[in-house]
Design a protein around this ligand. Structure first.
Ligand SMILES: [Fe+2]
Length: 395
């Protein structure tokens, strides 16, 4: 079913209309603690008075949410007799809400992962309060179980409606703002070179990248000449949503595959970790396009790389890669302090199936070299046995 985009206004009439039309009586609101700093908090708090809809809040999850949090969310949903879900937050809140919706009728005493057939298309509204993951546009949810990342892919995960509230981004911390913007930009880039890229996904990606290039400086500074903070936020929300639509079709590639353990082990924010990986993967890919595994020929890959360059306003793919690195450096996010001893574990942690969409095959030796470049470890240190195993993140 087509996802509805609700245009928010000062009184949230479009959102109220959605709840009324769907016959919602008891809403499970999946949200992080940061919701209280946004105008959305009052909007949801007044729902019982305004529309007679009961609201149960669920915030029992952490960034990079665990399977156990989803089970707890399903328990709350079922015990409180909820009949609809709203997610107001960043990628983690939306991912948890997606999973609760997928399993809201499941038997939580059994393994939820084996019960996707129990899906019930209850009303599900997503209100992203960060501009990056584009999670509100996709059928994917990421959760962690027993130390491993699980990617849940199901149409039931896709919110039935999305509402953009630019003012909800006003209080985002600077690091979060930068990392989320990089996540959206990398979704656009990776979806263009993905083996699953289609004309449709590349069209979404080009629009997303172009919009990010036009608006990221004002968005990062939280101000821009002649443009309001709300306009900057609105542009980035739209860009992240378009990039989300692109990865919903093309899916992510090696940049994301290599990033997950940098986030998991060293606390590097997701978008920051992905950007560190993409900054080194990109020139490496340009050096080895002749190894392209795309059955539609190398021309298809070249076309995708050219699409990125054009959307970034660069005359060549090489200059686009360089421009990306300059943007990343200008944000001054730093690199986690990780020793040579961690390299083998990092390489081993990259799930081979997650590299499948990448247009060239990466050997273990290449992954190790890329991680050393990403982490600024000199190759000579590797041959000497490394510089220790410090794993504290200096961001
Ligand atoms: Fe991402």
């Amino acid at each position: 079913m087509e996802q509805r985009i609700l245009n928010v206004d000062a009184g949230y009439e479009a959102m109220d209309q959605y709840w009324k039309e769907s016959g919602t009586k008891h809403l499970l609101l999946v949200c992080g603690a940061s919701l209280q700093h946004t105008p959305l908090d009052a909007c949801f708090a007044a729902l019982p008075k305004r529309l007679g809809i009961a609201v149960t809040r669920f915030s029992g999850f952490q960034p990079n949410p665990e399977y156990a949090s989803v089970v707890e969310g399903v328990r709350v949903f079922q015990n409180r007799g909820c009949d609809a879900i709203a997610a107001a937050g960043g990628g983690s809140a939306i991912d948890v809400a997606k999973c609760i919706r997928l399993w809201c009728r499941a038997d939580r005493r059994k393994n939820l992962l084996e019960q996707t057939d129990a899906f019930d298309a209850i009303p599900f509204l997503a209100v992203p309060t960060t501009a990056g993951s584009g999670s509100e546009a996709t059928r994917f949810a990421a959760i962690y179980h027993q130390g491993k990342k699980l990617s849940i892919a199901h149409e039931g995960c896709r919110p039935s409606a999305v509402c953009f509230v630019p003012e909800a981004l006003n209080t985002l911390p600077a690091y979060h703002r930068k990392a989320a913007m990089l996540d959206a930009l990398c979704h656009g880039i990776e979806s263009c070179w993905s083996l699953r890229a289609t004309q449709e996904s590349r069209a979404y990606a080009r629009q997303a990248i172009q919009k990010i290039m036009e608006s990221y400086e004002g968005y990062i500074q939280n101000q821009a000449d002649g443009v309001t903070q709300t306009d900057c936020n609105a542009a980035m929300l739209q860009a992240a949503h378009l990039a989300g639509k692109a990865i919903d079709i093309a899916q992510t590639t090696a940049g994301h595959a290599m990033s997950y353990q940098l986030t998991r082990r060293y606390g590097v924010a997701h978008g920051h970790a992905v950007a560190l990986c993409v900054a080194w993967l990109w020139p490496h890919l340009l050096e080895h396009t002749q190894r392209c595994t795309d059955s539609r020929s190398r021309a298809h890959l070249d076309c995708g790389l050219q699409d990125i360059a054009q959307a970034m306003g660069c005359p060549s793919a090489r200059q686009a890669a360089e421009r990306f690195r300059c943007i990343l450096e200008s944000l001054q996010l730093g690199v986690p302090s990780v020793g040579e001893a961690a390299i083998d574990d990092l390489v081993a942690s990259v799930a081979p199936e997650r590299l499948n969409n990448y247009p060239i095959l990466l050997s273990s030796a290449e992954l190790a070299k890329l991680y050393r470049d990403i982490l600024h470890l000199r190759q000579t240190n590797a041959t000497k046995g490394g510089s220790g195993n410090a794993a504290d993140c200096q961001l």
